[in-house]
Design a protein around this ligand. Structure first.
Ligand SMILES: [Zn+2]
Length: 180
């Protein structure tokens, strides 16, 4: 996707400070007022709450994630052999906590991290601000990535999955800086 040309500099919506934005970045913490902001394609920079995890160690760079609860409703699970439908339905009976990497990562690694988080979620406790890797994954890209994570979890079950159809609904996203 080509980046839109920015004819006017991005300004912090809280304090009007110019944001030294790199071309791929979509969200920042303002260096002047320390508040979060997100690039909205139509509105420019809009306020964004950025949460820092309590488990971040001082002086270490954290990694940004889009975190949200997601509910999965399955329509069909077709297999070549075996049938793990009951295990699948038990696992997804309640909404699950998703964390989608928001920093630059190859797709396979991003999915693997998302799967790991979903299976062993962190307790989301906020702590002190810390430096973090650039945020380059926009909120619009989160839903397809979360669908990949669901597919990946289901493909790893003991049966031989042939086809899976489901709908995934996500709650509003939160931006978290997590220890990695
Ligand atoms: Zn500011």
């Amino acid at each position: 996707m080509t980046q839109p040309v920015r004819l006017i500099p991005l300004l912090c919506p809280h304090c009007q400070n110019p944001i030294p934005a790199q071309p791929d970045e979509v969200a920042w913490v303002c260096t002047n007022c320390q508040k979060g902001l997100l690039l909205d394609e139509s509105k420019g920079a809009v306020p964004l709450n950025i949460f820092f995890h309590a488990g971040l160690s001082a002086g270490k760079t954290g990694a940004p994630f889009w975190v949200t609860r997601g509910r999965v409703v399955f329509q069909q699970r077709e297999t070549y052999r075996g049938n793990e439908k009951k295990a699948m339905q038990a696992f997804w009976a309640e909404p699950r906590l998703f964390a989608i990497p928001a920093y630059a990562l190859p797709l396979e690694e991003a999915i693997a991290l998302g799967v790991k988080f979903l299976q062993q979620p962190l307790k989301m406790e906020a702590g002190k601000p810390a430096p973090f890797l650039p945020i380059v994954v926009s909120p619009q890209d989160v839903h397809p990535l979360a669908e990949f994570i669901v597919m990946s979890i289901e493909a790893e079950r003991k049966d031989a999955l042939r086809q899976l159809t489901f709908t995934l609904s996500l709650e509003p996203l939160q931006c978290w800086i997590l220890p990695v």
